[in-house]
Design a binder for this molecule. Sequence first.
Ligand code: HMG
Length: 422
Amino acid sequence: MSIDESGPAPPQAENVGILAAEVYFPTTYVRQEDLEKHDGVPSGKYTIGLGQQGLSFCGDREDPVSMGLTVFHQLLRRHGVSPSEVGHLQVGTESGVDGSKSLKTYLMPILEAAGNTDVEGVDCVQACYGGTAALLAAAAWVESRAWDGRLAVVASHMAHAYDFYKPTTGYPAVDGPLSVYCYLHTLDVCWARYAERFERALHAPCTLDAVDHVLFHAPYNKLVQKAYARLWYLDGCRNGGADPSPAHSHTPIAHPYPPTAMPPGLEKYLLGATHASYDAKVRPGTCVQRQCGNMYTASVWSGVAQLLETTGAALEGRRVLLYSYGSGISATLLSLRGRAVAPGSRFSLARLQAGSDLAVRLARRPAAPPADFLAAVARAEALRGAKAYATLWPRVEDLAPGTYYLKEVDERHRRVYGRRDE
Ligand SMILES: CC(C)(COP(=O)([O-])OP(=O)([O-])OC[C@H]1O[C@@H](n2cnc3c(N)ncnc32)[C@H](O)[C@@H]1OP(=O)([O-])[O-])[C@@H](O)C(=O)NCCC(=O)NCCSC(=O)C[C@@](C)(O)CC(=O)[O-]
């Protein structure tokens, strides 16, 4: 997919696009309905209230490095990319394993094995936005005079899902309502700026009708539903539509209500009014997010991979709007266009679709009991900063074939990785 029009095209801009995407999630997860029972909250609180189905977590055998190794290895192998073809490798992350060494350096053995050490890029760290920053840096490299024709890889990894779920010492402190406000308010600002640029570049009105799919960063799915409803509302306001609020029906809206000052009933109305278009434009990119929980830097980009799987060649010519949000605040609203590549290319949309197995892998995961999840959290806490230990769980044979895993942390905090046989 190519990055959409956003201004006068520099000479190399036609080379910029996403050729392939790969997603890794651990095989261990807990069902949200089991967590509701375990936590003693009313039934529906997590599954309907937050719109989530599963929560991925991993044991001490997996960390951001092993997940990055797995997904990077898989990306090259599945798409027939030789390590010598990679000239840029950038990792978007929220949770490195070292205060100095980048995650990118841990992935280098895969390229070094093929004699390739001439690889630009390090890590991008900024809450959930790191993956997007990495993608934009890779795109800028391909557009620049430094580009030598090789491929750029942005390897986003999934952070431990419980990092944000159970804040304790050393975990992020969260102001939930403020963070939700910031997410939605930032969407308002981004949409206004996006629409302005769109109209300047394309000399055509920017409306949601010009968009075929929308992908959102997803801390939880209910916020995605609300964000899409808000986008529809903003679109109506911007394009001189009538106030859809039952209380103010058909009054032209000069200024949208801010997210915190919506008249009673308006949000519910918007959710209902956008139900069908949400199903068509948004839902196809949300399955991994609902089944794994907040994937932080990888969240919105998992939607790209899922859209490739569900839509394939039909994506050609379609416009995908993508909202990346990271606390702090950093956000980008950008659009991508599905583009055909040379017939028979290893990166054709049809091939990407045929080679993708996200739904199969999600369905194959056996659900773990909440007690396993809590034990993994407790062990991660106990091992924070520890050295000279061998990892214990899960058993290597319970990892998916080909998965990289952490074997041990030695007495000098050096991490040793292995790979499960295929
Ligand atoms: C989001 C909050 C504040 C929610 O807070 P909470 O206390 O978990 O839930 P709540 O009591 O506010 O209820 C949530 C919804 O569930 C409903 N509900 C309640 N009970 C039931 C039931 N039985 N059956 C059906 N529905 C039920 C309830 O009515 C409500 O509906 P809403 O008003 O939203 O429409 C909390 O989960 C939180 O603090 N989360 C962490 C922060 C977060 O996710 N923020 C999102 C924006 S910031 C962001 O995306 C960045 C981030 C987080 O990814 C980090 C980064 O960038 O690094």
